[in-house]
Design a protein around this ligand. Structure first.
Ligand code: ATP
Ligand code: MG
Length: 328
């Protein structure tokens, strides 16, 4: 039987090569054999300070990139989180079974809250909204990057807790992670994750970057003072990150990659990575540009998508409310 798959990205910025490798490219493969829902988590974007115009344009851009990367509305549901109010409603119900202690332990929250002059309650609440997103649709599989592992664990715990207290209601979801590429690092700071919401994108390759910009960013990628090309994330994070990118995009395993680069210098590694990144992104960019100049198609796809799942979400909310003792 087909499994239910749910996953999302937030329109806090433009998708990066990290999002592509760790997430969207894998989603494309998984849509072939699962009942898949791909959400643009626009409500989640409000957890950071973002102006309406930017949110609107990022929202179009993330969906345009989903489509450009091969997520297919004929095979999967594509929609925006804010189209289905049940997400917010279930979030509140999840809030009420989450302890302050466990929510306070979320490392993504601590990282994102650090050095901000205003940290919203929404940012703190993010993992419970994410749990609601997943649990609404009886999700079996959640393909995500390594950075989301802790949030998925919370979603699982909340599902189990709810089922124990109120009776079998939620499917306990399972995270799906890539073997290589589950975490792509910032080219300027290779111990930090590549993230689309960064203020400074010099270490992030965006799927929309021009060829020249991609060349420049990879050329300037931080490596180390040795010269050996060896996969050793602990001691050689920059080089290992470039090797991971190369391995995933060329579909080679790391042993093959090490052998290929044996005796070659960092310049050669950067050159090969540049070529494969450009080759991978060229067709994506062409489709992306098409959808960005045809946003009416995006709206239509999202409207159709939301209508396919609205009833399921509403039924789930009804069931949850009833189990919790709410009479309407
Ligand atoms: P933000 O900075 O707003 O958190 P993000 O780049 O982390 O943006 P998300 O919208 O949080 O992107 O996540 C979308 C998907 O991409 C998730 O499945 C996440 O795990 C994955 N992902 C994000 N960054 C990376 C990365 N550097 N490497 C691999 N996967 C990633
Ligand atoms: Mg993130």
């Amino acid at each position: 039987m087909k499994k239910n798959l749910f996953t999302a990205a937030k329109p806090t910025g433009r998708l990066t090569l990290g999002n592509y490798i760790g997430a969207v490219d894998n989603w494309k493969k998984m849509q072939e054999e699962n009942n898949s829902i791909f959400c643009v988590a626009d409500l989640h974007s409000l957890t950071v300070n973002i102006d309406p115009q930017e949110l609107r344009s990022n929202s179009y851009a993330v969906m345009a990139n989903y489509l450009a990367c091969g997520l297919d509305p004929k095979k999967a549901v594509l929609y925006y989180q804010s189209q289905i109010p049940a997400h917010s409603e279930l979030c509140w119900l999840m809030d009420c079974i989450t302890s302050m202690g466990e929510a306070s332990r979320m490392t993504a929250y601590k990282e994102k809250a650090a050095n901000k002059n205003m940290v919203s309650v929404g940012l703190f609440n993010y993992p419970m909204l994410m749990a609601a997103d997943i649990l609404l649709y009886d999700t079996d599989l959640v393909p995500i990057g390594e950075d989301q592992r802790q949030h998925l664990e919370l979603a699982r715990n909340l599902a189990i807790r709810f089922n124990n207290k109120y009776g079998e209601t939620f499917v306990v979801p399972q995270g799906v992670y890539q073997k290589v590429g589950a975490k792509i690092y910032n080219l300027q700071n290779p111990t930090k994750k590549m993230s689309k919401s960064d203020f400074d994108n010099s270490g992030n390759i965006l799927l929309e970057d021009s060829i020249d910009l991609i060349k420049q960013k990879i050329k300037r990628a931080v490596t180390d003072s040795e010269s050996e090309i060896r996969f050793d994330p602990q001691n050689k994070p920059g080089v290992s990150n470039l090797m991971s990118i190369y391995a995933v995009l060329t579909k080679k395993d790391m042993k093959e990659v090490e052998k290929f680069f044996e005796g070659k210098n960092y310049g050669a590694l950067k050159g090969e990575v540049t070529d494969i990144v450009i080759e991978t992104l060229a067709p994506v960019q062409e489709k992306f540009n098409y959808f960005m100049s045809n946003t009416d198609e995006i709206i239509k796809i999202a409207q159709d998508g939301a209508e396919k799942i609205r009833e399921k979400a509403e039924n789930k909310i009804k069931l949850v409310k009833q189990k919790m003792g709410l009479i309407f």
